[in-house]
Design a protein around this ligand. Structure first.
Ligand code: C2E
Ligand code: MG
Ligand code: MG
Ligand code: MG
Length: 285
């Protein structure tokens, strides 16, 4: 009956809410312990220079590896930590880990490329992101041009000026600023003109849509050429097929990232795997 069906739906909905709340509670209750016990890990995904096919960078992507629950992806905890204003604890930890990893590679004489780190919009409200980056670079003796910060496009919709001022300071100190997830939300083309930044990451929604939607290809081509014309480097996320990689070559997209090249992995495993696949690393400029 309609009533029963309604009850079933109601129960399912109730379960989803209860699971969501349970997960939130778990995340909030255990984040300190996870950081303290090194359950928070940094995985890396290579970024490829389209023109040469060489590795020109890595993106640092956080993982929570819980001894009982296994690997928890950012979708499990980032939003919750943002909601409870705890995300900066994770981001600070990631910056430190990345600097330690770069130092270790340098000491081992391994190939080095810059690493881009995702920072939450909320980090800018509770901590000095510039100081965070420069302090860890100082401690681990890392040149600033080895780090880039990725800030999601929607963060630029703030009218407080906090992000604008902070990113200006960060860029003046020779860290690059990248805009992440462009095109996924309420993109404003004006953001591109309004803010100073170095790389525009086109969200994977573009590549996901482009097989089905004939308007996607010309739109990407247009964004890529506008970006190039402004002296900003375009990077396309979510490259999963040879065909989409070929398309990026065709439209002059500077960088590419996606499962086609590699999934995010622990650093040493990634380096081994990329060597095995015959990739080369770009010389530091
Ligand atoms: P993002 O920065 O846009 O990162 C790209 C996401 O797409 C990553 O998911 C990556 O694993 C995934 N990805 C890469 N290539 C492909 C592909 O070819 N196909 C598909 N389907 N997916 C691909 P991940 O690692 O789960 O991260 C999700 C989001 O969590 C990130 O999106 C970022 O917004 C956030 N995040 C990750 N690490 C951190 C961090 O350290 N701090 C903060 N504040 N946020 C983080
Ligand atoms: Mg990112
Ligand atoms: Mg992104
Ligand atoms: Mg994204």
């Amino acid at each position: 009956s309609i009533k029963n069906r309604h009850d079933v739906n109601y129960c399912i909905y109730d379960d989803i809410i209860r699971d969501g709340l349970r997960r939130q509670q778990f995340v909030v209750d255990h984040i300190d312990e996870a950081i303290a016990n090194d359950y928070i890990k940094v995985f890396y995904q290579p970024i490829i220079r389209v023109e040469t096919g060489k590795i020109c960078g890595y993106e640092a992507l956080v993982r929570w590896i819980d001894p009982n629950d296994g690997m928890l992806p950012p979708s499990y905890f980032v939003e919750t930590l943002e909601k409870f204003h705890l995300i900066h604890f994770v981001d600070e930890f990631v910056v430190k880990k990345v600097c330690q990893d770069i130092r270790r590679l340098a000491d081992q004489g391994e190939e080095l490329v810059p690493v881009s780190i995702n920072v939450s919009r909320l980090d800018f409200e509770v901590c000095d992101v510039f100081k965070l980056l420069s302090d860890f670079c100082e401690i681990y003796q890392i040149p600033h041009n080895m780090l880039e910060v990725e800030i999601t496009e929607s963060a630029f919709n703030d009218n407080t000026g906090i992000i604008k001022d902070a990113t200006k300071k960060i860029r003046e100190a020779d860290f690059d600023v990248w805009i992440d997830d462009f095109g996924s939300g309420y993109s404003s083309l004006n953001t591109i003109a309004e803010y100073e930044f170095d790389v525009l990451k086109l969200d994977m929604v573009f590549l996901r849509g482009y097989e089905k939607n004939p308007k996607s290809k010309p739109l990407m081509k247009y964004i890529v050429s506008a970006t190039n014309a402004m002296g900003i480097l375009p990077l396309c996320e979510g490259v999963e097929t040879e065909e989409s990689y070929e398309f990026l070559k065709e439209i002059g997209c500077n960088m590419a990232q996606g499962y086609y090249f590699s999934k995010p992995m622990p650093l040493d495993a990634l380096i081994d795997s990329m060597y095995a696949k015959g990739y080369e690393w770009e010389e530091l400029g």
